[in-house]
Design a protein around this ligand. Sequence first.
Ligand SMILES: [Mg+2]
Length: 264
Amino acid sequence: MTVLADARAARAAGGWLLLWDIDGTLLLRASRAHAEAVWAALLEVHGLDRDALETRTGAGPKGAGMTDGQIARLLLEAAGVDAAEIDAHASRVRARTCELYAPDDLTAHLNPGVDALLAELHEREDVVQTLVTGNFEPVARRKLEAAGIGRWFDATLGGGFGSDHEVRDHLPAIARTRVGAALRDDGAPWPAERTIVIGDTPRDIACARHDGVGVIAVATGPHAVDELADADAVAEDVATLRDVLLARLDAPADRPPTGSPSTA
Ligand SMILES: [Mg+2]
């Protein structure tokens, strides 16, 4: 059965939409070639020298959970580029970043256990899986292919990407709209109450709250469990994430496990 056919079955079952973050969630420390592509695009498109960007802020752990466009903007602002220039060249920066991004084999960067969890969830007829990530979409697709997990994410379903909006808070609604249009008979957005964001930063939690969807955090990125306490639940690793997520998916519909954050 194709991913899309599975997803249609999930829709028919009134199933769950899972919106996976990539960096720090599916993959660990897999951003080097990505960051280099953003930098190279900024240097080329804006005619900057590397020293101008070395004084930057916003990259590294502080940038975790930001969209690619947001990180590019912060780097450029720190280098003294004005907002009008940034806006005028944003689409060119995006296009060049995607052209320049050429990851090596990233299979060693899989978050341990995540491939098996994606496979297990794929077997469930009540689950549709796609992406909400700050990565530009072509970067996201190439990164997952390089890590060997691209097959779990059907591009025809859509998702929410850094190439769709610079503000992550808007991405879950974009993903629900696209998946609903692809799978639902009425074309309406996938219901918020049947959607869960899975991510590793407070920004993942914030975007889920903005859209009124659920959120499970996993502390495998730069943030510790106690920094992610605003999520519905926090997992310390993928094994714990599996337990927390399956409990959520299998909870009786009339008693959704919400309320105080829990650490399993
Ligand atoms: Mg992340």
